[in-house]
Ligand binder design. Sequence first.
Ligand SMILES: Cc1ncc(COP(=O)(O)O)c(C=O)c1O
Length: 317
Amino acid sequence: MPIPFATIEAVAARLPLPPTPAWSYPVLDAFAGCEVVVKHENVQPTGAFKVRGGLTVAASLSDAERAAGVVTASTGNHAQSIAYAARRGGFRAVIVVPLSAPPGKVEAVRALGAQVVVHGATMTEAGGRARALAAEQGLRYVDPGNDPAVIAGHATAYLELLRQRPDLEAIYVPVGSGTGAAGACLVRDALAPGCRIVGVQSAAAPAAYASWRAGEVVDRPCETFASGLATATGFEVPQGVLRARLDDFVVVEDAAIEAAVRLMATHAHTLAEGAGAAALAGLLADEARPAVCAIVCTGGNAGEHEFGVLGRGVHGR
Ligand SMILES: Cc1ncc(COP(=O)(O)O)c(C=O)c1O
C-alpha cells in the first residue's frame, strides 16, 4: 500500500478542519431510486475538498522548505488549497495557472495572498513552468496529482464519510488526476471492504479512465466545461492505487454533468461546480447502483459557465 492507513488516520487527526456534513435529501433519493448520501465538501473554507491536501502538505514541510516556500500548478481548487494553507502557515506560495483557468478561481488564489504566474495553454505547460521555478528559486514543488501528502489529505474525506456512514454500499467519486479516488480506495480497503468505489469522469476529458483501462498512464483530449475534471493525462501515483483497487469507472457526457449541476440545486439545496456534481451524474448513469450510495460534492466553486446551466431547469428546458 503506497500510503498506510495509519498515516491517513494520523493526517486526519491533525487536520485543522471540522468534519463536513454527510446527509441525504428525500426528493433526490426519490429521483435516484436509492438513498443518496451527499458528502458536502463544497462547504470547506476554500469551497472544495482539495483544502485537505494543501493543509496536509503544509504539515509535512521541513523548516527549510517552509522558509523557502512552495510552488505548484493548478486550474483552481488545488491552487486555492495551497494558497489557503500557505496563508495559514505563513509561508510563500507560487501558483502557476494555465490561461484556461477560470477567472473566479484565479481571483480567489490572489485574494488568499499567493503569487500567481499565468503560463501556457494547458496544465501540462503550467506544470513544466512550476517545476522550472522550483529549480530556479529553491521552492518545494507540490505535484497536484502525484504527491503522497496530497493523496493522504484527500483520503481524509473518505475516512470521515465511512465513519459517518459505515453502511454505504457504493461511493461515487469524481476523477481528474485521481487523488480523491485513490484516497477513497485506500480508506475503503481498511474500513469497509464491501463498499464499491466508482470513479466518474467526463467523456470530454477521459485521460484517467483511459489510463485505468490501459494499465498505464496515457494522454487524452481535455475539453470538458468542468474545470476540476480538466486533466489531459493520467497521473502515475493515483493510477498505481486505482489500477488494482477501483471497482468501476463511469464516463459521462458533459450534458449529464450539467443536468447534475441543476439537480444538485433543485434537489439538494446545493450550488455545485461541474466537478462537484459529476458524482451524481455518474450515480444516475450507473444502472447497477445499490440501495445505499454516497456521492461526494467535491466543490462549489462554480464559474459563470457552470452556474449558467442552472437557468435551463432540471430537465434542460
Ligand atoms: C471540485 C473538484 N472535484 C473533483 C476534482 C478531481 O479530483 P482529483 O484531481 O483528485 O481526481 C477536482 C480537482 O481539482 C476538483 O476541483
